[in-house]
Design a protein around this ligand. Structure first.
Ligand code: M6R
Length: 608
């Protein structure tokens, strides 16, 4: 859950490192540091705080006025072992070794004791123990020291290392935690994800696990642990070179919300042929959907919420057995898994460790795994039988928005495909379903165009301490995501309830002026839902209503209301979700929070 970067080349090394850390900061933001090679060895600057704090310190460092081009490494941290302090920030230097690390070394205490490293350690981190162990084994041969060190490590790691007597060269190795690398006109570079590289190039390769990467300013070299040189397998990202910037928006979250119509369209249109869902380009066979007897979706957070929408659709359209499991609970719940189970893993990053482990576990038990991911070359992509990528482009804000709606787009395509393959939908019914799906970008666009009204509604909940979201059926699924969005960026305690459940307990929490957000988009559930809304209003709740336009006419009472553009009920998820994302965004930005980097969170969760 940290961002790592290495660069060797002719550009200003400090600037490349700091600019890259800015782009990687969403992976962790409690401390940051860089090490740049100088005549007397690596010069290390690190501090608790943000990359912007580090930048201020670097700007006043004489070293950097004398040292421009060259070689350096950097890190932005999400604390696991050891609190947030200058000493625990990376890089760590021990003897000849300067290192940054992403991951968790489970046996660091045992290693420190066994190799008697304690005296050399200045921090409380597991990472510094790795630096000390590398230094212990280092006798002038980097590969040998790396090989011996990794053989002793238990846990996950992406290590990036400078050896004092190897100027201009950066070494890296990894297990589970990702490293991508490239070489281009500006030099050679590695990072924990593509966002830092795509400023320079969209050609990159994923460093294989338990290999050693050498970055030289004009080339990259890859070796297995036996010393055999390997050819890197370059991939091409379809992200635009400037797609990781804010494009004039104050926050990535707003930019990414606004990008949704195009992102959804990109995700759908490349998979529609003759009006039908088509996965042939991705090599996903129809038999995957006809041969399974049950479907299990595994995912975390927002990605899991997109799975809940799919669950509702699969149940109502296909009448099939479908479970949605929190990936973190999956393996410990004795799930029913066999070769007749289709596991669908959903993840923006493709790196979430719980989802990754769930995929490995399911495949070992014979299930076939289809993943819906945003990041190509990610760990889950490599572990899956089939992958359908969302074409959302880089998502930088910690709060997931365009990843969610593009995941939904893929899930709707899967539902259509399954319904057709399993003879639930005729060809005409499938085409009609797809036509409605193709209208979703336009519906989301309409919501975005009315965002000022949502901003006004947001003012009503700014001071709330607790807030409830209520709805039935698909509305409940939408609100589970809406509630997560609001709580993570605004720090307002928010809970989503199925309206019918209120009377079984939660209604006790409703008092005078308790804010309640209600979503009403499902015609067949409307009359019951409106009764539930009246029940909470009668107990003092302050209601904000998000309602499908064509249903609003039959509401007799006066509520603060946002009208959602009309779509068929099954597709109302898209416009309603965009509206709730905007609500969360405005509450957070109006409260003056750092919307993109909510406290305690990180974008990519690689620890269990
Ligand atoms: O990268 P993933 O989609 O696997 O991430 C899963 C969750 O960590 C993620 O959706 C998280 O809940 C977001 N912060 C929600 O906005």
């Amino acid at each position: 859950m940290c961002g790592i970067i290495g660069y060797t080349g002719e550009e200003n090394v400090k600037d490349v490192l700091l600019d890259s850390l800015d782009l990687l900061e969403y992976r962790g933001y409690d401390s940051a540091g860089i090490a740049v090679e100088g005549h007397e060895g690596p010069h290390v600057i690190k501090c608790a705080g943000r990359v912007s704090d580090l930048r201020v310190i670097c700007e006043s460092e004489k070293f950097f006025t004398e040292q421009a081009e060259g070689c350096g490494i950097g890190h932005t941290r999400w604390a696991t072992h050891g609190g947030v302090s200058d000493a625990n920030a990376h890089p760590h230097c021990v003897g000849e070794v300067t290192l940054v690390h992403n991951g968790i070394i489970e046996n660091f205490r045992e290693l420190a004791a066994h190799y008697d490293l304690g005296e050399q350690l200045k921090s409380e981190t597991d990472s510094e123990v790795v630096a000390a162990l590398l230094n212990h084994y280092y006798d002038g041969n980097p590969h040998d020291a790396i090989k011996k060190t990794v053989s002793k490590l238990k846990g996950t790691f992406a290590l990036v290392v400078l050896f004092a007597d190897r100027p201009g060269v950066i070494y890296s190795t990894r297990n589970v935690s990702p490293v991508v690398a490239t070489v281009c006109e500006e030099g050679a570079m590695l990072a924990s994800d593509l966002t830092a590289l795509c400023r320079f190039t969209n050609r990159y390769f994923v460093v294989p696990e338990y290999h050693i990467l050498e970055l030289h300013r004009d080339r990259v070299m890859l070796f297995d642990l036996e010393g055999n040189e390997k050819k890197p397998e370059f991939l091409s990202a379809d992200w635009e070179l400037n797609s990781a910037g804010k494009n004039g928006y104050p926050f990535y979250m707003e930019k990414e919300i606004m990008e949704q119509p195009k992102a959804i369209e990109r995700t759908i249109e490349c998979r529609v042929a003759g009006g039908m869902p088509d996965f042939t380009r991705e090599g996903v066979p129809d038999s995957l959907f006809t041969d399974c007897e049950r479907v299990t979706i595994v995912a975390c957070g927002t990605a899991m919420h997109s799975g809940l929408v799919a669950q509702a659709l699969v149940k109502s359209i296909l009448h099939m057995h479908i479970d949605v499991e929190m990936a973190s609970e999956f393996m410990y719940s004795d799930p029913v898994l066999d070769e007749k189970t289709l596991v669908i893993a959903i993840s923006q990053s493709g790196e979430t460790i719980d989802t990754l482990e769930a995929v490995k576990y399911a495949r070992l038990r014979g299930a076939k795994c289809l993943s819906i991911l945003n990041v190509k070359g990610s760990s889950i992509a490599r572990e899956s039988d089939y992958v359908l990528f969302t074409n959302a482009g880089p998502e930088i804000a910690v709060a997931s928005t365009k990843a969610y709606t593009t995941q939904l787009a893929v899930l709707y395509l899967i539902v259509a495909k399954m319904a057709h393959c399993r003879d639930v939908f005729t060809t005409e019914e499938t085409q009609s379903f797809i036509r409605e799906l193709q209208r979703t970008p336009e519906a989301v666009e309409k919501v975005l165009a009315e965002r000022r009204d949502i901003h006004l509604l947001a003012n009503n909940v700014l001071d709330a301490k607790d807030l409830f979201m209520i709805g039935r059926g698909l509305d409940y699924s939408i609100l589970q995501e809406g509630s997560l969005k609001l709580k993570e960026v605004s720090y307002i305690h928010s809970e989503a309830y199925a309206s019918g459940e209120l009377k079984h307990g939660p209604i006790a929490l409703i008092t005078q002026n308790t804010p309640v957000i209600a979503s009403v988009t499902q015609e067949k559930l409307m009359s019951k839902e409106m009764s539930n809304i009246r029940e909470v209003r009668a107990r003092g709740a302050d209601i904000v209503l998000f309602i499908k336009k064509s249903l609003a006419g039959s509401v007799n009472e006066d509520y603060r209301t946002f009208l959602l553009p009309d779509m068929q009920d099954a597709f109302m998820v898209m416009p309603a979700s965009a509206a709730l994302q905007l609500l969360a965004y405005y509450v957070s930005s109006d409260k003056g929070f750092d919307v993109d980097k909510p406290r305690n969170l990180a974008k990519v969760v690689t620890v269990e």
